[in-house]
Design a protein around this ligand. Structure first.
Ligand code: SAH
Length: 345
């Protein structure tokens, strides 16, 4: 039995053809799943009983189940989901004035080992399937249905490195973006990478209007390598070239993320290196206040210190913002997600 959320429209067309049914059935089924949001095949009213029996013997809906839900004072909601093999993932829903954004996990654990990140303290157990990512969105959309609201934005910034699970992440994007499905606009979907050059090269060929974010955190190789081991094989020079090529090919603006860490990447020298690095990229940069993670040794800087760093960049014509923080009181903020609660602190 397959996870029903793993298939995109094209896969369903092939499926229906393989059982001697017309292709248009795919669209019908997609609409039942994603627009009427059924969890039970018996609700389907425009297929014969025998066809419904066939579909329900081939697919399952139950791919994640809720273990825990926590709500922050600022309205951010963190969901802990259990997968069918017992692994756990976290998903975060944030309320902005422009809509509801969901931060999706793409792997169980992560192999990138960024030194400051809680998720990176666990090695990767496995990739999520596309359907396990889709199910995170569908679950939250069903909760929002009760409030007559919708998921309007998606950021693939939860646990995991999306470009280390490239094909499943792209399949996920195709499914949630499809107009017969949840129809979440491509321009409202952002994939964040720690800078895997091979992934960026593939992504630019997708012909999608989705966004790319790069977790930079330093524009000095030695500092970046000490924070992010991935920099040793994807260094700043090659990364910049890949980003330039991406922009040339897609004409899309790239966002950079930069966690300002006390005494590590917060000096004037760091700010200058960053301003120089961003020259010619017409990029946005988001400064992220560091959310403390036990046992990393890293510390966040004060708002005032962050503002100094920000002002230096502004003076050098960098498009910079300080990211609003969400859900830090429930460990739902960037980098605080982990796939298992026990044994990490
Ligand atoms: N692997 C992807 C997506 C997951 S991390 C990536 O690296 O982009 C999502 C973002 O949170 C990244 O920018 C990451 O560097 C940042 N992050 C990780 N730990 C953090 C922490 N403790 N405080 C603030 N941001 C953190």
């Amino acid at each position: 039995m397959k996870n029903i959320y793993d298939l995109d429209l094209c896969d369903f067309e092939k499926y229906f053809e393989s059982i001697n049914e017309k292709k248009y059935r795919a669209k019908q089924l997609f609409e039942w799943i994603y627009q009427k949001r059924i969890n039970d095949f018996s609700k389907i009213s425009n297929m014969s009983k025998s066809l419904i029996d066939k579909v329900s013997s081939d697919f399952i809906f139950d791919v994640i189940s809720l273990k825990e839900k926590q709500e922050s004072a600022d309205g951010t909601i963190k969901y802990l989901f259990e997968l069918n093999d017992g692994n756990l993932v976290e998903t975060v829903q944030m309320k902005y004035d422009y809509g509801n954004s969901v931060c999706v996990s793409s792997q169980v654990g992560c192999n990138m080992s960024c030194r400051f990140c809680a998720s990176g303290q666990l090695t990767k157990k496995r990739d999520l399937t596309s359907g396990e990512m889709v199910a995170q969105i569908v679950y939250i959309q069903q909760e929002l249905d009760l409030l007559e609201d919708r998921v309007s934005h998606i950021v693939v910034m939860g646990i995991g490195e999306p470009f280390d699970n490239y094909d499943n992440v792209m399949q996920f994007v195709r499914i949630v973006n499809n107009p017969h499905s949840l129809a979440i606009g491509a321009r409202h979907i952002t994939i964040s990478t720690c800078g895997l050059i091979e992934g960026i090269k593939k992504y630019q060929e997708e012909n999608l209007q989705t966004n790319l974010a790069i977790s930079l955190h330093s524009a000095i190789d030695s500092t970046r390598s000490s924070l992010m081991p991935v920099n040793k094989s994807n260094d700043l020079k090659n990364l910049k070239q890949a980003i330039k090529n991406y922009i040339k090919k897609t004409n899309r603006r790239v966002t950079f993320e930069y966690i300002v860490l006390k005494g590590v990447n917060d000096s004037k020298k760091d700010a200058k290196a960053l301003a120089d690095y961003l020259k010619g990229l017409n990029a946005y940069i988001n400064l992220i206040p560091y959310n403390d993670v036990a046992n990393t040794g890293y510390k966040s800087i004060s708002r005032d210190e962050c503002y100094k760093f920000y002002s230096y960049l502004k003076e050098h014509n960098v498009n910079v913002t300080i990211r609003k923080e969400f859900g830090s009181d429930i460990d739902a903020a960037c980098g605080q997600l982990r796939s298992k609660r026990e044994g990490c602190d």
